[in-house]
Design a protein around this ligand. Structure first.
Ligand SMILES: NC(=O)c1ccc[n+]([C@@H]2O[C@H](COP(=O)([O-])OP(=O)(O)OC[C@H]3O[C@@H](n4cnc5c(N)ncnc54)[C@H](OP(=O)(O)O)[C@@H]3O)[C@@H](O)[C@H]2O)c1
Length: 327
């Protein structure tokens, strides 16, 4: 390794919104990361961000892409991910992009090819997969502690109409909607634990102006029947309730991966507080080690999840504007 273990990993960030600020706060408090540059279209929020996190502000993408850094974190809305990832890779930069990584799997396949050609790291944020509790659940499940999963109930939702910057959630031109915002976590969980499946049936979907506001679906994966509900208009618990051969497993707020109950007994390990750092620390190590994908969320897993998202959107009849669906 050309880095020592205390190396302060240099991030550049695209976007200065809600999630960019949350992640930046954790990175700058960590002692292992630093933010060197931010690209924002908005001078006021961009400069405010830079003052807070002690980094340089750019409103010209070309100049931003030429800043020396170890990885670019993309935290702009989903419709913009494909072009930014492509641009970053073409400028020789490793990339960690917010979820969903692209609008559809075709776009992601193109970027996989480009990242391979340029020998660069490419991954997406899916922090729950990096938590110790989730890892423990997965290992225990694979070691047959709970037996076969028979049924799985998951839900996740928030009332986006209460958020300050809420328009993104109800605008098809940003590739938003309940399934893209929240359903992705459930599909990624199912893909990771039970395997890839597009055996999906849409029970109900409430659409408004081309965006799925709330959706209920069932699917089979492995031998399990899965029931999923996601919403952009209602707070839903985020619990995973899993009926297994040997008992009931509950993961409260599963996409935060904090605790595991097995037959109503809390596990012996302490509840783990959620942090984006579990993933960002891992990405730092992987890039420092010359890896090109993440061991906890491989390119194959990301692609499978994107294909499952495609299948759900196709069955719901969701078609985003051509300019963001096309390559
Ligand atoms: N991992 C998680 O837990 C998590 C949670 C929430 C969201 N997300 C994901 O993170 C992404 C951003 O979500 P958010 O909630 O942070 O949204 P947000 O609060 O609306 O912030 C988006 C940021 O991107 C900027 N932006 C918008 N369009 C842009 C473009 N075309 N080019 C460059 N910058 C642009 C916005 O600033 P201006 O419009 O002022 O330029 C703003 O700074 C989405 O993909 C979402 O799915 C992830």
């Amino acid at each position: 390794m050309k880095y020592d273990s205390t190396y302060k990993f240099r991030w550049s960030i695209i976007g200065s919104g809600h999630i960019a600020r949350k992640v930046a706060r954790e990175l700058s408090d960590s002692g292992l990361h630093q933010i060197v540059a931010v690209f924002s279209r908005n001078q006021i929020t961009g400069e405010e961000f830079c003052k807070k996190f002690n980094c340089s502000f750019y409103d010209k993408i070309e100049a931003f892409l030429n800043v020396d850094c170890d990885c670019i974190y993309i935290a702009s809305p989903t419709d913009s991910h494909y072009e930014y990832i492509k641009n970053c890779l073409e400028h020789g930069k490793n990339v960690l992009c917010e979820k969903p990584i692209t609008v559809n799997s075709r776009q992601f396949e193109n970027l996989i090819y480009l990242a391979k050609e340029r020998d660069l790291y490419l991954s997406t944020v899916l922090a729950f997969k990096y938590g110790k509790k989730y890892q423990q659940f997965k290992n225990d499940y694979n070691a047959y502690k709970y037996g076969r999963i028979e049924k799985l109930y998951m839900s996740f939702g928030l009332d986006a109409s209460l958020l300050k910057k809420r328009t993104r959630y109800f605008d098809p031109s940003t590739a938003s909607g309940a399934i893209m915002e929240h359903g992705i976590y459930m599909l990624a969980f199912i893909e990771d634990i039970l395997g890839y499946s597009t055996d999906i049936f849409i029970v109900d979907v409430h659409m408004d102006k081309g965006v799925d506001i709330e959706a209920v679906l069932t699917m089979t994966a492995g031998e399990a029947m899965c029931n999923l509900k996601c919403s952009n208009r209602k707070v839903l618990s985020g619990d995973a309730v899993i009926y297994c051969e040997k008992g009931l497993v509950t993961l409260p707020f599963f996409n935060r991966g904090c605790s595991i109950y097995f037959d109503d007994n809390i596990d012996t390990l302490q509840k783990e507080p959620f942090s984006f750092l579990y993933q960002f620390n891992q990405v730092r190590l992987e890039i420092m080690d010359g890896k090109k994908e993440s061991m906890f969320n491989t390119t194959e897993h990301i692609l499978n999840t994107m294909k499952m998202l495609d299948a759900v959107k196709q069955k719901m009849g969701i078609i985003y504007p051509q300019n963001i669906e096309n390559l």
